[in-house]
Design a protein around this ligand. Structure first.
Ligand code: TRP
Length: 358
């Protein structure tokens, strides 16, 4: 099959752990929406990964999976142009995970900085399951099953993407005869099954939470502004951003937490520059005034999302979401099965080509 007329592929995804917030938007989702026309996009629901820490919350994981699709559709992801993929119904991902697990060293996996950080901050250090660190290897398979060129992700995912690149190089070198000195972009040209994909880090690497700016925005820290929040909730949460500045005439720091938000969400650059200038000089401009303008900008961004979301918050909405998931996953399996068969051929375990009934 010729790839000449096909668009390059993108794969990225989210673990269903709750609703999406503005940190997800500026970190990755905004990019996904924008790239739908120029790329063949695959958006993965990493519901298997949700079980690594919440194996006792099956019902919640199911509902979170459905809710995240609502967030995606609300944000502007079009399930016809783009492919929504349910991880647990793509067997090629689970199979490839096994093979990649053999190509990465135990120490590489356990030393992955994002994993180490999670073990520390989630209190998992001595008691995590055997399966928990596996999700990082699983993520290599999530990605490579679709042989994408780009992976739009937030900054925290960079170590996972690095691991994925390592697994792809190793596979191609071992089983496809690619020489180690070949340039990353040439792996497929010289016979590799897997391209060496690149991370595309979002416009804002780390959005602080609506608070004093010390923490990143996160649902579990209670400082998140959700894509599904109402206008009032947005204003209330924006008001919680605290800079410690007292008076409109105090010179302020134009790099503080409030201005991180201003820069992320007020689109008019000239206005941002003007606000910064006046803030810095303490030119009679209160934090309260800026917060009002900021909340307005965020609400302008979220308004069309609220309208699109409402379409699925009706009776039968969840069932329609499930149909969308099934349609995407059927399409995804065509690609993932093709990849798996190519990998099996390279590994000389191509004892017969199966057909999935999904
Ligand atoms: N680990 C990612 C997160 O928690 C979700 C994810 C799973 C992912 N598989 C992926 C992201 C593949 C990009 C590509 O946000």
């Amino acid at each position: 099959m010729s790839n000449l007329h096909q668009k390059p592929r993108i794969l990225t995804g989210d673990t269903p752990t709750g609703r999406l917030h503005l940190g997800h938007w500026v970190g990755s989702v905004e990019r996904r929406v924008a790239l739908q026309d120029s790329y063949d996009c695959y958006f993965l629901l990493a519901n298997m990964h949700a079980f690594t820490t919440r194996f006792d919350k099956a019902a919640e994981i199911r509902q979170d999976t459905i809710e995240i699709v609502k967030d995606w559709l609300a944000a502007g992801i079009d399930p016809v142009r783009s492919t929504i993929v349910l991880q647990t119904e793509v067997p090629a991902i689970a199979e490839l995970t096994w093979y990649f697990a053999m190509l990465l060293s135990f120490n590489d996996v356990m030393g992955n900085p994002t994993l180490v950080h999670e073990l520390e901050t989630k209190g998992l250090a001595d008691k995590h399951s055997f399966g928990f660190p596996m999700y990082t290897v699983g993520q290599c398979a999530d990605i490579l099953a679709f042989r994408p060129e780009l992976i739009p992700v937030g900054e925290d995912q960079a170590p996972h993407i690095e691991m994925c690149r390592k697994a792809a190089r190793k596979f191609d070198q071992l089983y496809c005869g690619v020489k180690p000195d070949v340039k990353d972009e040439d792996y497929v040209k010289v016979g590799g099954v897997f391209p060496i994909p690149k991370a595309l880090i979002g416009r804002i690497g780390r959005l602080p939470g609506a608070g004093d700016g010390t923490q990143k925005m996160s649902k579990s820290l209670g400082n998140a502004i959700f894509l599904s929040d109402t206008e009032k909730e947005v204003q209330k949460k924006v008001n919680k951003i605290s800079t410690g500045r007292q008076n409109p005439t105090d010179p302020g720091d134009p790099n503080n937490v409030l201005f991180k938000f201003v820069e992320a969400f007020i689109a008019d650059e000239a206005r941002v520059a003007e606000l910064k200038d006046r803030y810095q000089r303490g030119d009679n401009i209160g934090d309260g005034h800026i917060k009002q303008e900021l909340a307005q900008a965020i609400n302008t961004l979220l308004a069309p999302m609220r309208v699109r979301r409402a379409e699925f918050e009706t009776p039968g909405g969840d069932e329609r979401i499930v149909e969308i998931i099934r349609m995407g996953t059927a399409r995804a399996n065509v690609v993932a099965e093709e990849t798996l068969y190519m990998a099996k051929q390279a590994m000389k375990i191509d004892f017969g080509k199966r057909k999935l009934g999904f």
